[in-house]
Design a protein. Structure first.
Length: 156
C-alpha cells in the first residue's frame, strides 16, 4: 500500500492519480473553452466601441485570465504527452496537480471578470461591486476553502 488506503503499488497509485486528474480536466476544459470563445467574439459586437475605458480594461484582463486558465489547464495533458516515456510519472502528476490548481484559480478570476464586465454594462457601480464580490466569494469558498478546510480537518 502507498498510503492511499488502497491495495495498490506506487506505480498503480500514480496511474490512478493521473487518470483522475485528466478526467477532472475533461470536466473543466469545456467551461474554459466556452468562456474563451465568448470573450473572443465580444469585440466584434456592434456596441463594443461604445464601452467605457473601465469596461475595456476589465475585458482585456478577463481575456488574459481566460488565456492563462486555458494554458494551465491544457498543460498537464501536453506534459504527459511529451514526458510519458521518461518514467517519471510522479513528477508529471505533481506538476499537473499544481498547474490544475493555478488554472482553476485563473478560471475563477476570468469568470468573475466576465460577470463584472456584464454587470457593469447592465447596472450601476454598487451592483457591480456586490455581484462581482459575491461571485469571487462563491468561487473562493466552493473551489478552495471547503476542500482546504476538509484537508486540514482530516490531517492530510
Amino acid at each position: 500500500m502507498a498510503g492511499s488506503g488502497r491495495d495498490e503499488s506506487e506505480e498503480e497509485r500514480l496511474d490512478r492519480n493521473l487518470q483522475e486528474l485528466l478526467q477532472e480536466l475533461r470536466v473543466a476544459l469545456p467551461g474554459v473553452q466556452v468562456l474563451f470563445a465568448f470573450l473572443l467574439v465580444v469585440p466584434f459586437n456592434q456596441r463594443f466601441p461604445e464601452i467605457t475605458s473601465f469596461q475595456q480594461t476589465i475585458y482585456f484582463v478577463t481575456l488574459l485570465l481566460a488565456t492563462g486558465a486555458t494554458g494551465f489547464l491544457i498543460a498537464p495533458t501536453v506534459h504527459h504527452r511529451v514526458q510519458f516515456r521518461e518514467q517519471d510519472k510522479e513528477r508529471i502528476v505533481l506538476t499537473a496537480n499544481r498547474f490544475t490548481i493555478v488554472g482553476m484559480g485563473l478560471l475563477a478570476a476570468a469568470m468573475t471578470g466576465a460577470i463584472l464586465l456584464i454587470t457593469d454594462i447592465l447596472y450601476r457601480q454598487t451592483t457591480v461591486t456586490f455581484v462581482a464580490g459575491a461571485v469571487a466569494l462563491m468561487f473562493a469558498l466552493l473551489w478552495y476553502a471547503v476542500p482546504l478546510r476538509r484537508s486540514l480537518q482530516s490531517g492530510s
